[in-house]
Ligand binder design. Structure first.
Ligand code: ADP
Ligand code: MG
Length: 486
C-alpha cells in the first residue's frame, strides 16, 4: 500500500460556445479571426452601458446543473469580483460567488475511469463572463477583446479525485456532457477549456473524510490541456512526496503555482496566505430574478441523450461490444455519424465496423474531425449496401471508401466510373478457373503430390485475370472442386 494518499480537486472552466451572443451583451459569441472586431460598448465597460442577461446562457447552465445533480437556485443573481488586469477592462468580472446564487450547488457525478465507476461531489457550478485574451511577445503584449464577455461555466469539485487518471477521466466525461447537451464544443484547442488543479497529499492511514487530515493545498492555475493536467498532477505528487520525505512538507504554505509545459514543472507564483481580497458585492445592474420551477422541468425534458445512454443503446439494443460502443460515443460527432448511417437501414454492427476501422482511421491519421470529411453517412450507407448485396467485394468496398475519402468523390460514382464490380455468378467464375487450370498443368501435379496450398497461387491467377473482381470465396471452392475432379 502506498504511504501517501493524494487528494485532487478541480476547477474546470468551459466556455459556453453554443449561444448566439455573449453573456451580457449583443456581440456575437464566435471566434472571429480578426482581433477586436467583435466587441460591444458594454464589453469594453464604456460609461453608461448596462449588461443584459442572455437567457439561453442561463438555460444551458441550468441544464448542466441538472445533469450534475445540483440544486438550482430559486432566485438567481450575480456578483462583482473586483480586480485589475489588462484583460479586464471593467476592473471587475461579473460572476456568481455566494451560495445559493450559482446555477448549481452540491451535486454529484458518476463517471467511468478505465473499467471502474467513480464518483465525485460537485461543490458548485457558476456562470461568469470570460476575460479578454492577451498574447505576450518579447518586448510587447497584445490584447484581443473579442473574448471579453463570452459565457463561461466554472465547475468546482470537492477533492474526491485520487490520481491523474481519475482527474482526466472526469474532465473527459464533462467534455462529453457539454458536447452531447449542446452546451459547448468544449474544444481545448480553441482554448474553450481551462483548469485549475488543486493537489495535496496525506498519510494514507488517516481518514480523508475528516478534512483536518488533509495536506496543504497547492493550486496550479490555468492548465489548458488534459495532457497538461495529467503531467502537472504527476509532477506535483512527486514534488510533494519528496518534501514529505526530506521533512520540509510541514513548512510549506498554501500556494498558487503554474504549469510550465516546456520544462514539465510546476512553478511557484504566489502564496495563498496573503490571498487577494476581491471585495465581492452583488452586481447592482442585474436585478435578482426568479427561476421558475416549470422552467426547470422544461429544461429537464429537453436534455438530449448523453454518451452513457447512447452507449447503453448501442450495447443492449444493437448488440455492439462494450469496446466498440465506447469508441463510437467518445465524440458526439462520431456517434451522430453512426446514428445517421444506421438510419439508412444499415445493420449497426456492420456500420460500426466500417466506421471504427476505416473512417476513424482516416480521421486520426489526417488529424481531421468527422465534419471535415466528404463522405456523408448516406454515401457510406450506399457503399455498404453494394458490399452487402455482393455487387462488390468487401476488399473492393474498402478501396473505394479510401479513394472516396482521399479524392472527395462519391463512392457510388467511383464504382460506376471505374467499373468496380464483383463477378459472383458461377458460370463466369468457372470459365476463368478452367482457363487457369489449362495454363497451369504443373500446379495440378503439385497439388496431387500433396502441396495443396498451391490453390492460393491458382486463386491469385483468377484474381489477376479478373482484375480482382471474382468473388474470392467462390473462386477458391470452385478451384478445389475442379482440381479434385482430375
Ligand atoms: P479557494 O478559495 O482557495 O479557491 P476552495 O476551498 O474554494 O479554495 O477550493 C478550491 C478547490 O480546491 C476545490 O476544487 C477543492 O476541491 C480543492 N481543494 C480544497 N482543499 C484541498 C486539498 N487539501 N487538496 C486538494 N484539493 C483541495
Ligand atoms: Mg480557487
Amino acid at each position: 500500500m502506498d504511504k501517501y494518499k493524494v487528494l485532487i480537486g478541480l476547477e474546470m472552466h468551459c466556455e459556453i460556445s453554443k449561444t448566439n451572443t455573449k453573456v451580457f451583451s449583443s456581440a456575437e459569441n464566435s471566434y472571429k479571426e480578426i482581433p477586436n472586431t467583435n466587441v460591444r460598448p458594454v464589453d469594453m465597460a464604456f460609461p453608461g452601458t448596462l449588461p443584459v442577461v442572455n437567457k439561453e446562457a442561463i438555460r444551458k447552465s441550468l441544464m448542466a446543473s441538472i445533469i450534475l445533480g445540483c440544486e438550482q437556485p430559486e432566485y438567481m443573481y450575480f456578483e462583482r469580483k473586483n480586480y485589475y488586469y489588462p484583460d479586464l477592462p471593467k476592473g471587475f468580472q461579473i460572476t456568481q460567488e455566494t451560495k445559493p446564487a450559482p446555477v448549481g450547488i452540491y451535486g454529484e457525478l458518476e463517471f467511468e475511469c478505465g473499467k471502474e465507476n467513480k464518483k465525485v461531489r460537485i461543490n458548485n457550478l457558476h456562470l461568469e463572463e470570460d476575460a479578454a485574451s492577451s498574447d505576450h511577445y518579447a518586448s510587447y503584449s497584445t490584447i484581443d477583446y473579442n473574448r471579453a464577455g463570452v459565457p463561461l461555466l466554472e465547475l468546482v469539485t470537492e477533492p474526491d479525485l485520487h490520481n491523474a487518471d481519475e482527474a482526466v477521466a472526469f474532465l473527459e466525461t464533462m467534455r462529453s456532457i457539454y458536447q452531447y447537451a449542446d452546451i459547448s464544443e468544449a474544444d481545448s484547442k480553441k482554448g474553450q477549456i481551462r483548469c485549475d488543479v488543486n493537489v495535496s497529499i496525506m498519510d494514507s492511514d488517516l481518514d480523508e473524510k475528516d478534512s483536518s487530515n488533509w495536506g496543504t493545498k497547492i493550486e496550479i492555475k490555468n492548465v489548458n490541456s488534459f495532457g497538461g493536467v495529467r503531467d502537472a498532477i504527476n509532477y506535483e505528487i512527486e514534488r510533494q512526496i519528496a518534501k514529505k520525505e526530506d521533512g520540509t512538507y510541514d513548512d510549506m504554505e498554501q500556494q498558487t503555482r503554474r504549469w510550465d509545459e516546456e520544462s514539465g514543472k510546476t512553478i511557484y507564483m504566489r502564496s495563498k496566505v496573503d490571498a487577494i481580497d476581491y471585495k465581492y458585492f452583488v452586481e447592482p445592474n442585474i436585478p435578482k430574478f426568479k427561476i421558475a420551477k416549470e422552467w426547470i422541468e422544461e429544461i429537464k425534458k429537453d436534455i438530449p441523450k448523453l454518451a452513457r445512454e447512447r452507449k447503453d443503446i448501442y450495447k443492449n439494443e444493437y448488440g455492439l461490444s462494450d469496446y466498440d460502443a465506447t469508441i463510437l460515443v467518445k465524440e458526439k460527432d462520431i456517434s451522430d455519424y453512426f446514428d445517421q448511417t444506421i438510419e439508412e437501414n444499415i445493420d449497426p454492427k456492420i456500420a460500426s465496423n466500417w466506421i471504427s476501422s476505416i473512417i476513424l482511421g482516416h480521421l486520426n491519421k489526417n488529424y481531421l474531425s468527422v465534419q471535415d470529411i466528404f463522405v456523408t453517412p448516406k454515401m457510406l450507407a450506399q457503399l455498404i449496401e453494394l458490399v452487402e448485396g455482393k455487387k462488390i467485394s468487401s476488399k473492393q468496398g474498402k478501396e473505394v471508401l479510401y479513394k472516396a475519402l482521399m479524392e472527395e468523390k462519391e463512392p457510388t460514382k467511383i464504382v460506376e466510373e471505374e467499373d468496380v464490380r464483383q463477378i459472383g455468378d458461377e458460370d463466369s467464375i468457372k470459365q476463368v478457373v478452367l482457363e487457369v487450370l489449362k495454363e497451369q498443368p504443373q500446379a495440378i501435379v503439385q497439388y496431387q503430390s500433396g502441396r495443396t496450398n498451391i490453390v492460393d497461387f491458382l486463386v491469385g491467377q483468377v484474381m489477376k485475370k479478373t482484375r480482382g473482381k471474382a468473388n474470392p470465396a467462390m473462386t477458391r471452392s470452385m478451384m478445389i472442386e475442379e482440381i479434385e475432379k482430375r
